[in-house]
Design a protein around this ligand. Sequence first.
Ligand code: TRP
Length: 353
Amino acid sequence: MKQIILTGDRPTGRLHVGHYVGSLKERVALQNAGQYDEIYIMIADAQALTDNAEHPEKVRQNIMQVALDYLACGIDPDKSTIFIQSMIPELTELTFYYMNLVTLSRVQRNPTVKAEIRQRNFEASIPVGFLCYPISQAADITAFRATAVPAGEDQEPMLEQCREIVRRFNEVYGETLVEPQIVLPSNQACLRLPGIDGKAKMSKSLGNCIYLSDEPEEIKAKVMSMFTDPTHLRKDDPGHTEGNPVFIYLEAFSRPEHFAEFLPEYSGLEELKEHYRRGGLGDVTVKKFLNSVMQAELGHVRERRKLWEQRLPEVYEILKAGTEAARSAAANTLHDVRHAMQIDYFEHAGLLN
Ligand code: TRP
């Protein structure tokens, strides 16, 4: 069986370091490992509209931003197909058929959707489209016969629901669709990077993000203002590293060579942590080190982004060509789906009997 990746992001803002360690880095690694036959990276504008119906301009403006963030991270348009979701009407048609295979109580039970409804105060007025976005996401994934979906941990319930739809479809209409697996980063700290304020999630609406496009001074100001251990008041106090955002970030970003380069007094993260727990290590020292690490990691990304920002017409062509290629792959699957459901009426004389 072909090994195929499909994944994507909603274009509701620029991408941040939570996206980077949670999924983007993994996608680039998978792309460069060369073990996949096809890779599709989707800008999920139709999904973004399910809770931004009144703000299509916000979604439109962020399509280019997300495309630039992808290219900046090392998504290579020669190896990966980047495309725009709403330009592929086949995805909407698949969604419509899949909706009949899912019950209302099942969509209401999706934990990620439930959490998002709470966050958005939608309780009394949930847009139907929003409630159904996991079904549309199943269409995104299955349209490309994806076997692997590198995404953040919060996408696990979507994959679960997608697999259920695949099984149900295959059971009712015959073996047609492929069951996907999620690919999560192996590093625990990357699974859920907290915001710089220590809140559980980095999110634009909370204003606690470090963006891939942030300038060095912005990164530094954000790192130096990060929430740490509230019980570590004086340098000599013993501190906690567990649940401490600065140390979670170090776990996600630092590598042994960063210690050799920026903090040679310590052999590595374990020794630094031990010192912090013992007392005698100040937050400023740790934050300065984290800043050096993040500058080293994000500098390349920002530089590459700046190069692409000079070539916007080329980015536009990449999206256009990618969307065309993706559309033909999705049309292929839709053809098989219609055939399996026996609603491909004019393909043969089916209507006559
Ligand atoms: N739900 C994803 C997000 O919140 C975006 C997305 C849409 C997606 N369709 C997808 C991710 C298919 C993986 C696979 O960003």
